[in-house]
Design a binder for this molecule. Structure first.
Ligand code: GTP
Ligand code: MG
Length: 234
């Protein structure tokens, strides 16, 4: 049986932890464990996870001192997973249930068929976005097209944070120098892996956030624009 470790970064997601764990249980993915990376969330998310982890040995949490970005949370989580769990597959997944745990099996299956990276895609045939306003959809489309064209990326949903990596790809990501913040981290990993690794897309339905707040701010788009430009020149 494959060992699959889902790394889930959290910042103020207390209300989402139990629903997420229940949804992951319901998905019944063989060999799956959860590794949360919590940046000492002020709302007590880390305590909530630690309480669950005492009862469920397949749940663990890595606590960091302060909010340091989702990209660096993934890199720390990947290092921890590789050092302690000997995983065959490492997943990236948000805590807010926008990435449906019922689709994890599709990502894992894509790796079993020979891919090194499976990118959950809202924009591949069969994928969708539920609950986004038109402006939010437009911003996502423009940001993705911009990054894909400048960096010659092999997928339309290059900013997607719902992914599966082979152990080899996860090690490469954890050892690289990459941007610490969300969307630029995701496009930079694809740029890093695209020549050596087989990257495939797997459609999924992006769900609305039902609890907690988005950490995305207006400044994030400007930062993303310049980060992609820098990546294209490096
Ligand atoms: N550890 C850690 N987790 C973070 C940080 N920033 C965001 N997260 C988590 O990363 C995941 C994605 O963040 P979201 O705010 O949902 O961002 P998003 O999904 O791109 O945006 P929305 O669609 O608006 O929700 C969530 O599980 C957050 O709790 C951070 O600095 N550190
Ligand atoms: Mg979200």
């Amino acid at each position: 049986m494959q060992r699959v470790c889902a790394v889930v970064p959290t910042y103020n997601e207390r209300g989402n932890i139990i629903p997420l764990v229940e949804a992951v249980k319901a998905a019944k993915v063989p060999g799956l464990s959860l590794l949360f990376v919590d940046d000492s969330s002020p709302d007590g998310t880390g305590d909530e996870i630690e309480r669950l982890a005492l009862m469920e040995s397949w749940i663990r949490v890595l606590v960091r001192g302060k909010k340091a970005g989702i990209g660096s949370a993934y890199q720390d989580g990947f290092r921890e997973a590789n050092a302690t769990q000997n995983p065959d597959v490492v997943l990236e997944m948000d805590a807010d249930l926008q990435h449906p745990p019922s689709a994890i099996a599709d990502l894992v299956r894509a790796l079993a068929r020979g891919a090194d990276v499976a990118v959950g895609s809202r924009y591949a045939p069969g994928g969708s976005i539920v609950g986004w306003s038109l402006p939010r959809k437009l911003v996502s489309k423009v940001a993705n097209s911009y990054a894909r064209l400048l960096l010659s990326l092999p997928v339309k949903d290059a900013t997607s944070g719902f992914r599966a990596y082979s152990r080899r790809a996860a090690i490469m990501v954890s050892e690289a120098e990459l941007p610490a913040k969300g969307f630029e981290f995701q496009v930079a990993t694809l740029k890093l892996l695209k020549t050596e690794m087989k990257i495939v897309k797997v459609p999924y339905a992006f769900a609305p956030r039902t609890s907690g707040r988005s950490k995305l701010g207006v400044g994030d788009m400007g930062r993303f624009f310049f980060a992609v430009l820098r990546l294209s020149l490096s």
